[in-house]
Design a protein around this ligand. Structure first.
Ligand code: FE2
Length: 552
């Protein structure tokens, strides 16, 4: 908003499934002072995981089965933590990145272009790693930014696991992850929804509070990083912490910026708590980019190169599957995940295939041009088919920019944000038609981008009346915009379909059950200093089979 990839050789995984307790379990009596990590990261995850990490490290360090060779020297290599993502009923992706010196200017995290690192990994059913169900070893190098992506399959559905990595004598923090429920399951879910974390605007306290709520899964709707240099995006509450490095343009820059973010303890804690499902928005590349167009300079070789660097670093630093490895055609991010019969998550990409913006504000005549697209025709057809065939109780569209019409001009006059769906009116109409005709039982749109919370119903108004097609919950920013302020929204005559609008920082918690979906707007009171408190600002409910938000 305004306010060359190749991986295969480096990612060959030699996996040894054990399916049972291994000899690692037999060494739990090993002297923990003689083994284990040589460094406990200051940025370790939650207390529970720190404790588990210490105990687990003792076990792993003593295991005769693990004989890793360190290529990273003596410095602790896991300073970026661990992550997991994209759960299916039988698998999940495990992630880490080797970076003993995270913000080294060349983006290589303290390693060199020729460094090769052997990384061992383990997956267990418990955080003490008593019962290890998978283990393996992978070699990583600079062709993938020294990242590690382990794609697991053949796991039990609806199951929690613990995982960790090792390089030489160094053991990573322990992460918790899970598989999705089986296709026939009616398992409820708690989903965290977050977006927009500008580093200088504040501390990632919202991530920490969300981790404490033990979500089953986290949806990140974009602006995971911001591209600015120091002071490049000023806000009233000032600079909470200084950005490292100037505005990012090169692959080295993007790798370094992702590494800076991943050193954050609160971000690491949330990654280690549950699998994430991520999609980017604009700031992972550059403000308000659209397809191959830079916001100011349009389509230039320099921007295409910059975009490719941003795509590449995004894949390297996120727990994404091989299907999202960038190619000459871009990065494939839109995808679908299921949660038993309870929910289908349609994760969309509203940046890479859209028509260029018509400007900042509108409407202008081009706003209504039926040839203009937000999703691109291929993704549009994919979404339409996915909504028709879903069969889930809740169909959740996870995407970036606001769908609900938002007249930003109080009183007479009409002014809309041309970067949002309001700037693509025909495409929005096709989206609502697709949802309406699909037979989706309970559709819900989730949105980020605007650094404010909204709860709206999506109406189609015709001469014969008004139909509620779906509802939209917009999660506010984690930090972007700086310290919270309450706007005391009491309704707006210009936007009667909006039930709630607030300017506090925070996150959205979704609780999905058979009879209802509950969306809880959680607000942190400040971000410019650490330790902000969290509270519930508002709660809305959707009842099964009933269109329109209700107060809960
Ligand atoms: Fe943002």
């Amino acid at each position: 908003m305004r306010t060359p990839a190749q991986t295969s050789h480096a990612l060959t995984v030699r996996s040894a499934a054990t399916h049972s307790s291994t000899s690692a379990a037999s060494v739990t009596s090993a002297d923990p002072t003689a083994v284990g990590p040589t460094h406990t990261p200051a940025t370790a995850p939650s207390r529970r995981l720190v404790l588990a990490s210490g105990a687990a490290a003792a076990v792993l360090g003593a295991s005769p089965l693990l004989t890793g060779t360190a290529a990273a020297g003596d410095a602790y290599p896991f300073r970026l933590g661990v992550a997991s993502g994209d759960p299916t009923p039988d698998g999940v992706v495990l992630w880490t990145r080797i970076a003993p010196d995270p913000v080294a200017a060349d983006g290589l995290g303290g390693l060199t272009a020729s460094t090769r690192t052997t990384v061992e990994w383990e997956l267990a059913t418990d955080e003490t790693f008593r019962t290890i169900v998978r283990r393996g070893s992978v070699t990583t190098d600079s062709s993938v930014g020294h990242s590690v992506h382990i794609e697991l399959s053949g796991l039990r559905p609806d199951a929690w696991y613990a995982y960790r990595f090792r390089v030489g004598s160094h053991v990573s923090p322990v992460g918790r992850t899970r598989t999705a429920p089986a296709p026939t399951s009616d398992r409820p879910a708690r989903i965290g929804v977050v977006s927009c974390a500008q580093w200088e605007h504040g501390f990632f306290t919202a991530y920490r509070h969300l981790a404490d709520e033990a979500p089953d899964m986290v949806l990140h709707l974009g602006d995971y990083i911001y591209e600015h240099g120091p002071g490049g995006y000023p806000v009233k509450s000032g600079v909470a912490r200084r950005m490292v490095g100037a505005e990012i343009h090169t692959l080295a820059d993007y790798r370094r910026r992702h590494a800076l973010y991943k050193t954050d303890a609160d971000l690491q804690a949330l990654h280690a708590t549950a699998p994430w499902v991520v999609v980017f928005d604009d700031h992972e590349i550059d403000n308000d980019w659209a397809a191959e167009y830079h916001e100011v300079f349009g389509r230039t070789p320099a921007f295409l190169e910059r975009r490719a660097a941003g795509f590449r670093a995004y894949w390297e630093n996120m727990p994404l599957r091989r299907t999202s490895v960038p190619t000459a055609d871009g990065i494939h991010l839109y995808r679908r995940l299921t949660w038993g019969r309870m929910a289908t998550f349609h994760m969309l990409d509203t940046r890479q295939y859209r028509s260029d913006q018509t400007g900042w504000v509108g409407p202008v005549p081009a706003t209504y041009d039926t040839r203009r697209t937000m999703l691109g025709s291929t993704q549009e057809a994919w979404l339409d088919e996915g909504l028709r065939s879903s069969g889930a109780r809740w169909d959740v569209l996870g995407q970036q920019v606001m769908v609900a019409q938002y007249d930003m001009m109080a009183g007479p006059g009409f002014m809309t944000n041309q970067d949002a769906w309001d700037g693509y009116v025909a495409a929005k109409d096709r989206l609502l038609t697709s949802i309406e005709r699909s037979g989706a039982r309970n559709p819900l749109v989730l949105t980020g981008d605007v650094h404010e919370s909204f709860a709206s119903d999506l109406w189609r108004t015709t001469d014969s009346g008004r139909t509620t097609i779906a509802s939209e919950l917009v999660t506010t920013s984690v930090t972007s915009g700086g310290d919270s302020k309450d706007s005391a929204f009491t309704g707006d005559a210009d936007n009667p379909h909006m039930r709630y609008h607030e300017t506090t920082r925070g996150y959205l918690r979704l609780d999905l059950a058979a009879d209802a979906l509950t969306g809880t707007f959680r607000a942190v009171d400040r971000v410019s200093t650490m330790g902000g408190a969290v509270r519930t600002d508002a709660t809305f409910r959707l009842s099964d089979g009933v269109r329109g938000l209700q107060n809960a």
